[in-house]
Design a protein around this ligand. Structure first.
Ligand code: GCU
Length: 421
């Protein structure tokens, strides 16, 4: 997703506050991480049962309460097939479009889902499912995609503007979606625009799905859901739909996402064990990167630039990462024993590639306790080499982006780790 949009915001901010952020490895202050196998009360566990039946849920609740906020129960599934499976992209795929009701009511509002499956598929296929930034029409030049109906965020010099999708935005992010490549390797690809679920700007949680839960908003406190929790909730609703979709194998759904949507994919995978595999790309602070390692973006910057992403309680850790009783390695540990692939880019220092690697590495005690090989690399590997242990890692040469090289790593990792049908 060559971030014309998001890079503008980042460059502008980094240039405005250059001294505030650390990009120098030798200046990372010492930090210590919570042991993922020790409860808040201090008791260490050493059996699978004690993790599965106790500490996992304690950890999940801690991170939910202090970071993302608690999402309400999802509505009963209600959807409209807007377009039955139709040949597209020169007959190489079939495209299906489905409007999933966010309220459970027939009148919506809707999350518009776009699904591609290989044309030659003879049975249900595994599906890579991720939210997109600029509307479904931006993920491919396929002219049959319905234009996004919701507001889209655009970062421009001096602020944020809200846009509506236009014909001109068709295929703008096609290079980051690789639909023809993924389907040629036997995978389905499903997406929906994150702004269908919750528009990405701060309005005190009045719009998007927050508006569908007035009783929750009336009692909003520090642990009430923010936008990332809402986007992850939408991804779970997407799986609710896939469980009814004959073209897809709902037991082989991969949660994937880039950047803020990589943070979302991790939390979706941590919260909903139906995701068989999780991939985060350049997810950075608030995602796979250790927040206590002060390098690149910090918790304070996340909270000030994007006050709507996390819950109110997370604000207390701005410039006080040392006070956090958890870190990203524990978000990743919640995914165990399911495979997780963390991908970074060499020039994406803002997202702290090494910190993303370490987030995965320090989830090892839980992955190993649950009988997997965990992360086999002990140090961050050289660029462009896929570490394909159960906690996988891939550092692509290049910028904050999603490219075909990332998709190759995703699919090689998925070929190895997805359960067989
Ligand atoms: C900004 C933000 C990051 C985020 C990124 C994105 O750079 O600071 O935390 O991951 O936007 O979503 O593109």
């Amino acid at each position: 997703m060559r971030h014309i949009l998001f890079m503008t915001a980042l460059t502008a901010t980094a240039a405005a506050e250059p001294a505030r952020f650390n990009y120098d490895e030798s200046k990372v202050p010492p930090y210590s991480l919570p042991d993922p196998l020790r409860s808040a009360a201090g008791a260490a566990i050493s059996s699978k049962e004690a993790w599965i039946g106790g500490l996992r849920e304690e950890t999940r609740q801690l991170i939910e309460r202090e970071m993302f906020g608690k999402a309400p129960a999802r509505p009963k599934l209600n959807f409209k097939v807007e377009e039955e499976a139709t040949p597209a992209l020169n007959g190489k795929v079939r495209r299906k479009q489905i409007a999933v009701s966010l309220s459970g009511k027939a009148e919506g509002p809707f999350m518009d889902m776009l699904l591609y499956v290989p044309a030659g598929a003879t049975g249900p296929v595994p599906v890579l499912f991720g939210l997109n930034f600029q509307g479904n029409q931006a993920v491919s030049r396929d002219p049959g995609i319905h234009l996004c109906r919701s507001w889209l965020r655009e970062d421009v010099k001096g602020g944020i503007v809200q846009n509506k999708a236009t014909e001109a935005s068709r295929g703008l992010q096609a290079d980051s979606w690789q639909i023809e490549y993924a389907t040629s390797r036997g995978y389905g690809v499903m997406t929906a625009c994150y702004c269908d679920i919750d528009p990405d700007f701060h309005d005190e949680w009045k719009n998007g799905v927050h508006a569908l839960f007035p009783e929750i908003e009336a009692k909003r406190d520090g642990a009430t859901w923010g936008a990332i929790a809402a986007w992850a909730w939408g991804m779970s609703l997407g799986i609710d739909y896939l469980e009814r979709e004959p073209l897809a194998d709902a037991k082989r759904v991969i949660a994937q996402g880039h950047s803020r949507l990589g943070k979302t994919a991790l939390w979706a995978g941590a919260s909903d064990t139906r995701f068989a595999l999780v991939i985060s790309n350049d997810s950075g602070a608030g995602g796979a990167a250790l927040n206590k390692r002060i390098f690149g973006e910090t918790v304070g910057r996340l909270n000030s630039a994007f006050p709507h992403w996390f819950c109110g309680n997370f604000k207390k850790y701005s410039d006080k990462e040392g006070d956090m009783a958890f870190d990203s390695h524990q978000i990743i540990a919640l995914i165990a024993p399911r495979p997780v692939l963390i991908t970074s880019a060499t020039k994406d220092l803002w997202a702290d590639p090494k910190g993303e690697f370490l987030g995965g590495l320090h989830a090892n005690p839980v992955y190993k306790l649950l009988g997997t090989d965990g992360m086999t690399a002990e140090e961050q590997p050289l660029p462009d080499k896929l570490i394909d242990s159960t906690i996988g890692y891939f550092l692509r040469t290049g910028e904050h982006d999603v490219t075909k090289a990332d998709w190759e790593a995703y699919l090689n990792f998925a070929d190895k780790h997805l359960p067989k049908p």
